[in-house]
Design a protein around this ligand. Sequence first.
Ligand SMILES: O=P(O)(O)OC[C@H]1O[C@H](OP(=O)(O)OP(=O)(O)O)[C@H](O)[C@@H]1O
Ligand SMILES: Nc1ncnc2[nH]cnc12
Length: 173
Amino acid sequence: MSPELERVSGLIREVADFPQPGVLFRDLSPLLADAEGFRVVVEEMAAHGADADVVVGIEARGFLLGAALALRLGLGVVGVRKPGKLPAVAHRIDYALEYGTATLELPEAALRPGSRALVVDDVLATGGTVEAACALVEHAEAEVSAVSVVMELAALNGRGRLAGRKVRSLLTV
Ligand SMILES: O=P(O)(O)OC[C@H]1O[C@H](OP(=O)(O)OP(=O)(O)O)[C@H](O)[C@@H]1O
Ligand SMILES: Nc1ncnc2[nH]cnc12
């Protein structure tokens, strides 16, 4: 691993028993707050996003990464959101998480049919969140060009769940 990514890795905090007992939560807040760490992450993600024509960021930390990445790539950004936030919903999907269940919604009139979306989030765990985001993209008749995350939790096998998709993680633990 490059020294830059070693440093990025050191900026991710581990929080035991959050949001529930038994979960070791990977908190990217210190990394995102670090100018150089944030720059490295966005540059690394951008290096593999060239064939996309829109970025899809997943609430919440996928918004921060996705917006920066979109600007870096000269693209627009679409946020897929937790329920109850959007005034007009194109489609909604319920899914399972490492710790419970959740719902994601795609805004209406945002993702153009035929576009190629780079789906972005902070952490890939079970893959349920990214899988739901990809399904929303495809329901809108757009294509998923690739999935990009900062950290992959290998033991939860999100990559297996996303078999057949191009998945890139900067760090695997
Ligand atoms: O691969 P999965 O098992 O689906 O888990 C990954 C998701 O879990 C976390 O978000 P969380 O749902 O905790 O919500 P938050 O972004 O609002 O903190 C993380 O930011 C990913 O979006
Ligand atoms: N352990 C974890 N840390 C951060 N985000 C997560 N999403 C699911 N599991 C997670």
